[in-house]
Design a binder for this molecule. Structure first.
Ligand SMILES: [Zn+2]
Length: 358
């Protein structure tokens, strides 16, 4: 299980808002942490960050990737009465937005608001009141009496996040806002820490990349993988645990919480990299689950694998329930196993490792 310092780092990452396009808070923490045990840490213009462990100039380089951003909302409009209308940043779900507390991250600091929820007694049921709202129906009350008063605290374009923080349901199960994908950034940091502690066994160069702007199209990963052009990539993100009520496994497959990280097959996932990860799992007795992708992985893997002349890539994921909600829920055992899986996959790579299908 995680040691105290690691758990503290995870919790700090989770409570530091990093909505898409505004990731600098989380990225600073991540870079600080990684600078303690890696050879070099740097960021690009848009704020994607890399940390490097360099073994030699004539061995292959593997990249470990996660995305740093979380979904959120953005201030779209302020009414004359001082109510704030939102739009989504990434795939936020308007149907769960009402009756929540939010932080608006303004230039002058954080402003607390509540998302208005018309009382059940007052809902205009005939005209759609109480039905599943769209973003245009969602408004935030920050206690301002007018547009002018609201504008003293917030402005159009300020990012917004839910206030929810970290809780544990028991020793194993963690729930928080933004487990997607702060646990990925945490995982690659832990992998680098472990690799740094067994430096003599490491035969390849390793770059950990924590990318911005995944939730709106995988843009940070695209910029940074083009820049660094590794010989292979292992990407980590969260995936859907489909073992809570109401999900049809015939349509979505069956992935269970607490039964290990998943390895994905198909699409951008290079069969030889997938096979390498599966053999590392087998050699180290790490239980894994399998999932299939039909067209796209829906992760940064899609942005990385086709850069320049191609980067053999594979996706490993931590299952979470209730993705893209403020109560995302994961198993710390799955997280621990995924860190082990990535660490062992890198340690099993040879200096001249190549991945081909023919
Ligand atoms: Zn994600």
């Amino acid at each position: 299980m995680l040691d105290k310092k690691s758990s503290e780092f995870l919790e700090e990452l989770l409570i530091t808002p990093s909505p898409t396009g505004y990731e600098s808070g989380g990225q600073k923490l991540w870079m600080d942490y990684l600078s303690e045990f890696t050879d070099k840490v740097e960021a690009d213009a848009y704020g994607s960050a890399v940390a490097k462990l360099t073994t030699s100039s004539d061995v292959m380089t593997v990249m470990l990737e996660a995305h740093a951003d979380e979904i959120g909302m953005v201030v779209q409009h302020i009414s004359d009465e001082g109510f704030i209308y939102l739009n989504k940043l990434g795939g936020s779900d308007s149907t769960i937005a009402r009756a929540k507390r939010v932080f608006i991250h303004g230039k002058e600091g954080r402003v607390t608001g509540v998302v208005g929820n018309t009382a059940i007694h007052l809902q205009d049921k005939k005209n759609g009141g109480g039905k599943q709202p769209e973003w245009k129906d969602i408004f935030v009350d920050i206690g301002a009496e007018s547009k002018e008063e609201a504008l003293e605290m917030v402005q159009i374009g300020d990012p917004v996040t839910y206030t929810d923080e970290v809780e544990y349901l028991n020793d194993e199960i963690i729930t928080a806002r933004a487990l997607d994908n702060r646990i990925g950034g945490f995982a690659i940091a832990q992998v680098m820490k472990r690799l740094a502690s067994v430096r003599k066994d490491l035969k390849v160069n390793v770059i950990a990349l924590n990318s911005v702007q995944e939730e709106v199209g995988g843009f940070g990963a695209r910029m940074m993988s083009y820049r660094h052009m590794p010989d292979a990539a292992i990407v980590t993100d969260v995936t859907h645990a489909t073992d809570s009520p109401g999900i049809d496994s015939r349509e979505h497959g069956l992935v269970k919480l607490g039964k290990g990280p998943t390895v994905q097959h198909g699409g951008a996932n290079h069969p030889a990299v997938v096979a390498h990860i599966e053999s590392a799992a087998e050699a180290n007795k790490i239980d894994i689950q399998h999932e299939a992708t039909s067209v796209r992985t829906g992760t940064d893997t899609d942005s990385i694998f086709y850069q320049r002349t191609g980067i053999p890539s594979a996706l490993v994921s931590v299952p979470i329930r209730y993705m893209h909600s403020p109560v995302e829920t994961a198993s710390l055992n799955d997280l621990e196993k995924m860190i082990e899986l990535m660490t062992e996959s890198v340690l099993a790579m040879a200096p001249d490792q190549t991945f081909t299908t023919l």
